[in-house]
Write a protein that binds this ligand. Structure first.
Ligand code: SAM
Length: 279
């Protein structure tokens, strides 16, 4: 774990604004509904969400986990750095017959009181904030004593890491001290961050499958819906050579990582670790 020094607030605000702009592109609701909708309820069930509990979903996107927590009867706050997701999230929540509160929030500085929530969850979300130590201390701070923290975190080995490696050369280099989201899938890293503030902590390997009619269709879906990828392609718009090279690398990844049946749809097995702790 890196001991990250505080950055000038303005520089951090600028960085976060750029991250937000990238996530706001595309159609995150379509991405989440089409590809990762099955992960939300796993996190909610692991956290033991039930009626009467107050739940915070950190980096909630369009409410994949938050909506399921509300369906389980909890009072839910869905928070995210990218409030552009909230209109689609509200619509989706309405379609599922629930109402949540939507709050713009950086996972590194949550605008909530100490111990405000019985349950704090994050589904493939808080891992994307680059200062893991700050994120962990915020998750612990807003969770009440006796409460539960549950996360789904991609693992450093597997399809998610390969996916992000395709796009890494086209993204701004990480700032000094920024940590990779994939570290949240390592047991030693998670224990160092969370265990000191918890009574107990358990990690269990899990996986889910993303599906598309073919590897090419998978690439097209991601290029249309997944904000950070949409942003990269937009930046390359006047560089046809670089765009073609990225297309080739992305399709090569999609063909190589396809574990679907021969002649059937393309399938991608994404490994993650399910983290559950009691404060
Ligand atoms: C892969 S999406 C996951 C969203 C949602 N949990 C789901 O399961 O669909 C990652 C989310 O992290 C959010 N995010 C990125 N950096 C963040 C930060 N520093 N604080 C809060 N949210 C952040 C993005 O806006 C995006 O909604």
């Amino acid at each position: 774990m890196t001991n990250v020094k505080a950055r000038p607030a303005d520089a951090d605000r600028e960085y976060k604004a750029a991250v937000r702009r990238a996530w706001a592109k595309g159609d995150y609701a379509a991405f989440a509904n089409e590809l990762i909708w099955e992960v939300g309820p796993v996190v909610v069930a692991a956290a033991g969400v039930r009626p009467g509990l107050r739940v915070l979903d950190v980096a909630a996107g369009t409410g994949n986990a938050a909506i399921r927590a509300a369906q389980a009867g909890a009072e839910v706050v869905a928070s995210d750095l990218t409030p552009e997701h909230f209109a689609a999230g509200r619509q989706l929540a309405r379609r599922h017959g629930v109402t949540l509160e939507w709050v713009e929030a950086d996972a590194e500085a949550l605008p909530f009181e100490d111990g405000e929530f019985d349950v704090v969850i994050s589904c493939l979300g808080a891992i994307f904030a680059p200062n893991h130590r700050l994120v962990a201390s915020e998750l612990l701070r807003v969770c009440k004593r006796g409460g539960t923290i549950a996360m789904a975190n991609f693992t450093p080995q597997g399809v998610a890491a390969d996916f992000f490696a395709v796009f890494a050369p086209y993204m701004p280099p990480p700032r000094p001290g920024d940590e990779s989201p994939m570290l949240w899938g390592r047991e030693d890293h998670v224990r160092a961050l969370l265990a000191p503030g918890l009574e107990w902590l358990e990690l269990a390997p899990r996986w889910y499958v993303e599906r598309a009619p073919s590897p090419a269709a998978y690439c097209e879906l991601i290029k249309r819906t997944f904000g950070p990828v949409v942003a990269i392609y937009e930046d390359l718009a006047d560089q046809p050579g670089a765009t073609a090279a990225l297309d080739e690398a992305f399709l090569e990844f999609a063909v190589r990582s396809n574990c679907g049946p021969v002649g059937g749809p393309a399938e991608y097995r994404y490994d993650y670790v399910l983290v559950v702790g009691k404060k």
